[in-house]
Design a protein around this ligand. Structure first.
Ligand SMILES: Cc1cc2nc3c(=O)[nH]c(=O)nc-3n(C[C@H](O)[C@H](O)[C@H](O)COP(=O)(O)OP(=O)(O)OC[C@H]3O[C@@H](n4cnc5c(N)ncnc54)[C@H](O)[C@@H]3O)c2cc1C
Length: 185
């Protein structure tokens, strides 16, 4: 089935009670030296939104285990998940998806809400009012706006709840505009 799957393997993507490791069979990866590796789940050390594959591995193929089921029932479940996602997440907005990983025994969005960050803004970046673990680019957000807003959320959550949120989004590069911008409602 041609598609892109690399990121989903790298982060053990998951939602609605299932994740990649539940259906994972095997994968092939190439390292920077061009060496090819065939790996099973035990070799990948899947964890919550993580895997222990070396940083320089590129996944080039994977086998997933399907579970036979009734076509209509599968279609109905897909439809209901799509609807639930649309009802609870800003699916039409410019966003990188879930910003922070859920800490042990807690939900990131609830902590962010409790810390009063719903709707918080920094430049063109905003904490979604619909699902506050999503940062939205409202139009002209810079990477520095988004990263600075995320760090402000982390600071406020720590102060309000004592919990250190971990970025689920992987940040790369250096911010082009280091000028701090005001945080506001
Ligand atoms: C709106 C939105 C909603 C989302 N909802 C969810 C959700 O509910 N659950 C969830 O788990 N995730 C969610 N995500 C995140 C999503 O799972 C990942 O963005 C997706 O798995 C990335 O897949 P990709 O192949 O496009 O990887 P990319 O976005 O291209 O890359 C993601 C990471 O994987 C690495 N990578 C990519 N390809 C390979 C490869 N071939 N080999 C090795 N490393 C590679 C990249 O270097 C990068 O670090 C959401 C994202 C968005 C934008």
């Amino acid at each position: 089935m041609p598609d892109t799957l690399g990121g989903a393997l790298r982060m053990n993507a998951g939602a609605y009670g299932a994740e990649i490791r539940d259906v994972f069979g095997a994968a092939r990866a190439v390292d920077r030296g061009g060496r090819l590796f065939e790996v099973a789940a035990a070799d990948l050390g899947f964890g919550y939104r993580s895997c222990a594959a070396p940083d320089d591995w590129l996944f080039v193929g994977a086998t997933l285990r399907g579970v036979p089921g009734d076509r209509a029932a599968i279609a109905a479940r897909m439809k209901s998940i799509r609807r639930a996602r649309g009802d609870t997440q800003p699916t039409g907005a410019r966003t990188g998806g879930s910003t922070f990983a859920n800490p042990n025994g807690a939900r990131a969005w609830e902590l962010i809400d409790r810390a009063g960050c719903r709707g918080l803004r920094r430049g063109g970046a905003m904490v979604s009012g619909k699902h506050c673990n999503f940062l939205i680019n409202t139009g002209d957000a810079t990477a520095a706006d988004l990263e600075g807003l995320g760090e402000e959320v982390r600071r406020r959550v720590k102060a309000a709840t004592g919990v250190d949120l971990r970025w689920e989004i992987r940040r790369v590069g250096v911010a082009a505009d280091p000028t701090p911008r005001e945080v506001s409602r």
